[in-house]
Design a protein around this ligand. Sequence first.
Ligand code: PLP
Length: 694
Amino acid sequence: MTTEIYLDSNATSVVLPAAIAAANDAMGRRYGNPSSTHATGLKAKAILDQARASAVRLLGVGNGRLMFNSGATEGIQTAVLSALVALRERRDAGEAIGSLLVYGATEHKAVPESLAHWNRLLGLNLTLHKLPVDHDGAHSLGALREVAPRAAMVCTMAANNETGVISDLAGIEAVLAQTASRALWLVDCVQALGKLKLDLSSTRIDYAPFSGHKLYAPKGIGMLYVRAGAPFTPLIMGGGQEGGQRSGTENMAGIAALGAVLAALERGDTFRGNAELCAFRARLADSLRAALPGVVFNNPFDKALPTTLNFAVPGLSSRELMDVFDAAEVRVSAGSACSSSKAAPSYVLDAMGLPLWRSAGAIRMSFGPLADEATIDAACARIERCGAALRASCLIPSERGAVPHDGLVQLGVEGACSWMVLDAGSRGCIVIDPLPDHVARIESYVRCQNYQVQAIVSTLPNAGRAMLIEALGRHFNRHVDADEYGWPLHAATIALANGASAPAIALGGQALACMPCGAGDELRAYLLGAPKDGRLPAAAVRFAFSARPAQQALAAVSAGRTLLCPTRDEHNQFCSIAEPVATLAADAQLDSAALDAFLQAHPDALLIDVREPYEFAAAVTPAWAGRSAHSVPLSRLADHASVWLQAEQTPLLFFCRSGNRSLKAAHCMRRLGHRQAYSLNGGLALATPLPLAA
Ligand code: PLP
């Protein structure tokens, strides 16, 4: 039984059971080629005709063309090619065609990319012009009015895929009419199918592409509407299928499935109406407000499809939100699906003028008109679970104090990082090289676990601590005199292994010693370890923090097992040792098929979940039935690495959701000299439910 709640319908939808049945029928019973004139072919052709007739009625195709194709990207391609070929012919015939190819700033990338591609290939050399949108995501009609007289083609969408914002198509049409524009007009109707009433032939729209997989049909099937009289050039030539408009033997399974969806839309007995969908959205929004304090919605509900919520939470990145939702088995996406792996700012939200934190931290939650009460109930409960997991991990404010962490925490594991040394016993903490980006995170961590920050130190002079000091308030004693590195002026001293005496701050049973290093001594390094009789012998130094590898300076005061913790970590090294061993990375990946055998062979293996604690806490199904796994997020890897290195014969099996983070952990341990560190390839996503270990 699946526990997954799928709320990413704008990326793709589940397939309607009736559509699956229709596809099965088209592949099983009615498998014929619709171009064949025998009875088997005629049976298949009936499917095609029925699906087209449904689409024609539903979309108000009138005398226009309606052809099946592989999806909206192909439809956009065909429309752009058709328009641009006609424009070139008109220009060659001496007609004025305008100089601009205008497209909405929030269009799906398929539109500007196709415009640029065919403009270049056809040698038209028109200028691509981005039409701005307002704060609510609506096309600026004023800007359109200005450019319409010079526009050769105008491309706008009916509803946006990231925000659900509905375009004012009547307003755009009015501007085109008022300016007597002769521009050809493409309207991307992908997100509108089944959600907005369309009567295409009663409009001035020339081209309208559709995609099946956004509304309960499978991927690889779509449609293109072309207005009667609008220019048309086939993209694909061959056997003359689709009336010569789109050759290639038809995707009959896809057409049958899409036909079943269109039939359900026509009957009106399958999908929910606007009012019910609005109520579902309101419930999800209420749950998000309750679970994630400060949540802001990036899309105006009154101007958007009710099936899309787009939001951001102050202090949380889209990656973190994605991860916690995914652990709770609620599938959402970060910004737009295409950019989600990079979690780049969303160009759609940027175009709406939203601040970077909202655009880069955006999460899209989208459902379809097939959604039911039970799913929305379950989604609301999971949202609450995610909020609780984030509160327990101090990522969002909580009334109750959280269980304090102990040891070393690395913030911002990609690129630049900040370090926190925590001592739960004394509730004392030292922050090393805090970055402005991490101020909010450090502050919430400290506040929520009720730590007192003893020092905020940096490896470079004048690195800027004011923001963090301000944010920490009473959790930092600002009256202690400190130098330009933030180091307290009146610290006690400790003897280092090289005989030098260094100032040191005590933290529980440990000491953080400070030493100059690097050219001109303008850099500082910090050594952390448990002192013995006022000395910090090399072997006792567990961690050394430095701005860049200051190995020479550190060699005399640390040991081979001392972990060097960098303050820049572009390559996700987490930490290193002075003399790295050859990496045996080639066999660091373990396929899920080999998992059982691995566990049998290594009953002593440590199973380590490197997902963040909030993911661990939000998980609804335990990753390992019958065996316990340790939760060691990447932010705590350095801390635990130093312990694991003491027991090199114990195999380490890291896992996470996709195998990405766990591979970084396994590589890190291999680099540090642990030869039995492995990563579960493909992660929990491919391995759930993980096999029961004996
Ligand atoms: N246009 C919009 C608005 C979309 O959301 C998508 C899909 O993400 C496309 C076009 C491309 O559709 P297809 O996947 O059918 O090529």
